[in-house]
Design a protein around this ligand. Structure first.
Ligand code: ASP
Length: 351
């Protein structure tokens, strides 16, 4: 009987030992699989459509903004997903926003004190630190594409006014009469600001009635591609009732736009003069480089400097790991992003 017990105990021990060995082997294989699994490229895109006093948008307005922002985000996202460059993604995404009257860029841009649309834009490639910009242009349908041409096809960084338009015509850029950019809603806003009686010549289109009266409506985009390259761009009509000839921060590299693969990409919106005086976009980048700030800490500090001088606005950005961050000192900011394999996020108000 004792022998039978001993035999049974031996069989049980052997079975347990064998099972443990199997589990250990399985764990080892799983660990190995985790180690050799290819790392997913962290491509991502983030956009803004201006910061300001956005409060309780009607469902109709919210829907219109959400749809257009989603279209813009996905335009750039698809380029990145297919292995395209961050610079391409930034340009094409901004084109979508420039072509929509909902934002203060391209069609629907704000008016200067003479009632004209005068546009600024810039783009920067974080890999090469190459950059291009246009300022004070009146006829270029898509100023961000003009900035791209200045970056790629000239030895200059910033071209302005008539000289810019004359030079850029040869590249086949689409030119428009200034009236193409001007919408009734903006005329009304300008007349109100200048203390004039509002006399609309035409009835605003249903889409124009959607446009929110929030303060800034500049558009911007930052992207990270599969190669790990960062690009940033910004396009605007500037500030409503600005002095004819006034240039804001958006076409100034380092102020409204900056990108470096070493740190991050940034696009700003707000009272441009303060972003120029603090070199806000570059400041955020360099706080990361020299002080090891996280992107959020760097943005917070840069916007604080703008605020200390009396300005307001915000900035979006992403770093080399694909971390997305924004910061603003206004009530809200039209903004959104999409990361590789994730759902898009669109937001208007403060979190
Ligand atoms: N920053 C732009 C400018 O001052 C305005 C804006 O963000 O809407 O020209």
């Amino acid at each position: 009987m004792k022998k039978i017990y001993l035999l049974f105990a031996f069989i049980l021990f052997s079975f347990t030992a064998c099972k443990q060995n199997q589990t250990a082997k399985q764990t080892q294989t799983t660990d190995l699989q985790t180690q050799t699994k290819p790392v997913k490229p962290a491509y991502a895109i983030v956009i803004h459509g201006g910061a300001g006093y956005i409060k309780n948008l009607s469902p109709e307005k919210e829907k219109a903004y959400r749809e257009k922002m989603s279209e813009a985000i996905n335009t750039g996202y698809k380029i990145l997903e297919n292995g395209g460059s961050a610079v391409d993604a930034v340009e094409k995404t901004i084109n979508v926003l420039e072509n929509s009257p909902l934002f203060n860029a391209g069609k629907g841009a704000v008016l200067n004190n003479l009632g004209q649309v005068e546009m600024d834009a810039s783009i920067m490639d974080g890999k090469t630190l190459n950059a291009g910009a246009v300022a004070g242009v009146h006829h270029i349908k898509n100023p961000i594409s003009a900035a791209r041409i200045v970056m790629d096809s000239s030895k200059h960084v910033l071209l302005c006014g008539e000289g810019a338009e004359q030079y850029l015509k040869q590249f086949g850029l689409e030119m428009k009469e200034n009236s193409y950019f001007i919408i009734e809603k903006r005329k009304k806003q300008l007349e109100k600001m200048q203390g004039k009686k509002t006399a609309l010549l035409n009835t605003p289109s249903p889409l124009e009635n959607i446009i929110d009266d929030h303060k800034y409506g500049t558009v911007g985009c930052v992207a990270l591609d599969k190669e790990g390259n960062i690009a940033a761009g910004t396009s605007t009509g500037g500030l409503m009732n600005k002095k004819y000839g006034r240039i804001g921060d958006s076409p100034i590299i380092g102020a409204g736009t900056y990108a470096s693969n070493q740190t991050c990409g940034i696009s700003c919106t707000g009272t441009g003069e303060y972003f120029i005086r603090t070199m806000a976009a570059h400041e955020a980048s360099e706080l990361m480089r020299y002080k090891n700030y996280s992107l959020k800490e760097a943005q917070k500090s840069a916007i604080q400097q703008v605020e200390d001088l009396g300005g307001d606005g915000g900035m979006i950005g992403l770093d080399k790991e694909g971390t997305i961050s924004w910061y603003f000192n206004t009530e809200g900011m039209f903004r959104g992003y999409k990361k590789a394999g994730e759902k898009e996020v669109i937001a208007f108000y403060k979190e």
